[in-house]
Structure formats: structure tokens, C-alpha cells
Design a protein around this ligand. Structure first.
Ligand code: GDP
Ligand code: CA
Length: 322
């Protein structure tokens, strides 16, 4: 059973943990590949930081800081204090010492000529991750945010302004020259099931599907495509997805996001969509779009509840595949 997931960082990691548990029970031999957003990636203090890949890596490796929700557990910040003293990097964007080890290792591999796909595989090989992490592209496509105060890198807008500065537009710098990474393309093409994690529809899933080659790969894939709503009862569970949705004129509503992705039968992305129980009233609206919908608990509480969300997504996909 080949399961391919499109995912961002935090929502992506919570879903991936549940999926790994669910897949182990259902199909002992499941091959999970996670096609990951790289729009948040940034060069800081001379090293390449990949926030979404690292959130997934640390969570699946069991070395993440589950309380903070990002970075490594047991982290210290001695190097960050030195960098700040030199005025290097972003003082509001802390790079922990252990985390810097990852970024230094990745940067060394890239400097030696590895692609980001190859470097990610080498980083992941250290731990029993139980899934393959695949950057959607090996090219650099930083997300820029157009605001009244100028154009900011996504991480500056997200972390420094906490998405409080109204965003007019998100721009993938360099996207027209980028292309889908070969391993990501294969993961979509030969999957038995394709799942959209409950990730930010704009700056995680949106950036992934904006990479040239991704939409084509999804269109021609034989696997059913099932998404999990990242909005429950009109609110993003964690993070500030509402601010991103506002910029693209999409309501923070599970059915509105399904409509934004569109039915695959009508040139969109989705065959199926999991709605939270809080959004049960939207079932008919989503089905009227030509998307098979199901209503389930969608709180990704670690452990059994997160695994159940993944099981429900797999089940909806199986019922679509017939
Ligand atoms: P980021 O890259 O760290 O921003 O993380 P993602 O893009 O992968 O996911 C962020 C989104 O996940 C949030 O904006 C929420 O909408 C969604 N999310 C987080 N926790 C949950 C949860 O428990 N259930 C559901 N359904 N969605 C969640
Ligand atoms: Ca992210």
C-alpha cells in the first residue's frame, strides 16, 4: 500500500504521526511518502533552514518539542545568543543548538552538491522515521508576503508580525523556474492513495500545488485524492490560517476550502473531503461540488484520535476507489 501525503509543518506532522500508527495497523507494509512544502525555507546565518521538513522530521523521529510545537526537545540556545551578539540572523527567530546541527549538516550536504531531496533523505536516515520525506521541489521558491510595510519573507511575516500585518498577496519567488522534484512526482504518480493533510491551504498546500508539475501529476494520478479539513467550526485549530485565507479571498470554512480546491471531476484536486463533526451541516454543500464527503472527529490529539483521523481518511479513499 503506497500512501502519499501532501503536507506542511505542524498540522502535517500531527497528521503524519496518526497516519503512521494507522498504517502500521492496517497495512504492515505501508509505504508512506510525504510531499512537503518548502516555501517557508530560508537562509539564515549562512545555513539553510527548512521549517516544514524539520517539523515533520523531528515529530516522526520522536525528538521534537511537543510542548512548543516546533524545534527539538531539550534544546539550548548558546549559539543563538552568540549570533545575536554579532547581529547576525533574526533575533526573533531562534535557532536552537541542536536544530542548528540539522541546518549545518543540511547546508554541508547541499554545498557538496546534494539536492534537497537527497540531503533530506540523509538527515532522515539517522532516525526511525517510518516515512519518506520528500521536498516538493529541489528548487528554492521562498514565499514572500506583500504587506503595507513592504515585502517580507513568509517566516518574518509569520513569526515576527505573528501574521498581524495584513497580507495582500503571497508570492512564490522563483516558482516559474521551479519544477517538481522527481521523487515527489513519482510519489504522486504511483500512489495507491493520496491524502491532503489538514495543513494551511494557502501557504502549505497552496505552495505545493503551485509548483509546476504538481497539478499535472495529481490530475493523471490513478489514486483517489482525499483531503482532511484544516478548519474546524470556522476556525484554524492551530496557527493563523485565517490571515492567509483572507488574503486569497477564501472564507475560513471547511466547505469553502473544499470549493477552493475543487472536485477532481471538474478539474480540481479532490475526490473526497473529511469534515469535522462541528461542520456536519456542510456535508451536502461539499457533495454538491462533486466531492465525496464524510463527517468525523478531526481533532489531531496525539495517539488514538490522530490515528483515527488517518484511518477515516484512508477509509473514505477506499470507498471512493470502490
Ligand atoms: P505549518 O506549516 O506549521 O503552518 O503547519 P501546516 O500548514 O501543516 O498546518 C497548519 C494548519 O493545521 C493550521 O492552520 C490548522 O488549520 C491545521 N490544524 C492544526 N491542528 C489541527 C487539528 O488538530 N485538526 C485539524 N483538522 N487541523 C489542524
Ligand atoms: Ca509551514
Amino acid at each position: 500500500m503506497k500512501i502519499t501525503v501532501l503536507a506542511g509543518g505542524v498540522g502535517g506532522a500531527r497528521f503524519a504521526l496518526g497516519l503512521r500508527d494507522a498504517a502500521r495497523e492496517l497495512h504492515g507494509d505501508a509505504d508512506i511518502r510525504i510531499v512537503t512544502n518548502v516555501g517557508d525555507d530560508v537562509w539564515l546565518a549562512g545555513v539553510k533552514v527548512c521549517p516544514d521538513l524539520d517539523s515533520l522530521l523531528y515529530a516522526l523521529a520522536g525528538v521534537g518539542d511537543t510542548e512548543r510545537g516546533w524545534g527539538r526537545a531539550g534544546e539550548s540556545e548558546r549559539v543563538a545568543a552568540e549570533l545575536t551578539a554579532y547581529g547576525v540572523g533574526w533575533p526573533w527567530f531562534t535557532l536552537g543548538d541542536l536544530d542548528l546541527g540539522t541546518h549545518l549538516a543540511r547546508t554541508a550536504m547541499l554545498r557538496d552538491g546534494a539536492t534537497l531531496t537527497e540531503a533530506t533523505a540523509r538527515l532522515a536516515a539517522r532516525w526511525p522515521v517510518g516515512a519518506t520525506l520528500l521536498p516538493v521541489t529541489d528548487d528554492e521558491v521562498p514565499t514572500h508576503v506583500v504587506t503595507d510595510e513592504g515585502v517580507l519573507h513568509f517566516e518574518e511575516w509569520w513569526v515576527r508580525t505573528r501574521a498581524q500585518l495584513p497580507a495582500h498577496r503571497f508570492v512564490q519567488h522563483g516558482v516559474e523556474r521551479s519544477r517538481i522534484a522527481p521523487a515527489a512526482r513519482t510519489a504522486i504518480a504511483d500512489a495507491d492513495v493520496i491524502l491532503l493533510a489538514p495543513s494551511n491551504p494557502v501557504v502549505s498546500i497552496g505552495t505545493i500545488i503551485g509548483i509546476p508539475g504538481v497539478r499535472d501529476a495529481l490530475e493523471t494520478a490513478t489514486a483517489p485524492v482525499v483531503g482532511v479539513a484544516p478548519i474546524i467550526g470556522g476556525r484554524a485549530v492551530r496557527g493563523m490560517a485565517e490571515a492567509c485565507l483572507a488574503a486569497i479571498g477564501v472564507e475560513a470554512d471547511a466547505a469553502a476550502i473544499a470549493a477552493h480546491y475543487g472536485a477532481r471531476s471538474a478539474g480540481g484536486l479532490l475526490d473526497g473531503w473529511l469534515l469535522a463533526e462541528e461542520d456536519a451541516a456542510s456535508l451536502a454543500t461539499v457533495e454538491a461540488l462533486g466531492i465525496r464527503a464524510a463527517v468525523r472527529p478531526l481533532w489531531l490529539t496525539p495517539g488514538a484520535p490522530a490515528a483515527q483521523v488517518a484511518r477515516d481518511a484512508l477509509q473514505l479513499a477506499a470507498s471512493i476507489a470502490g
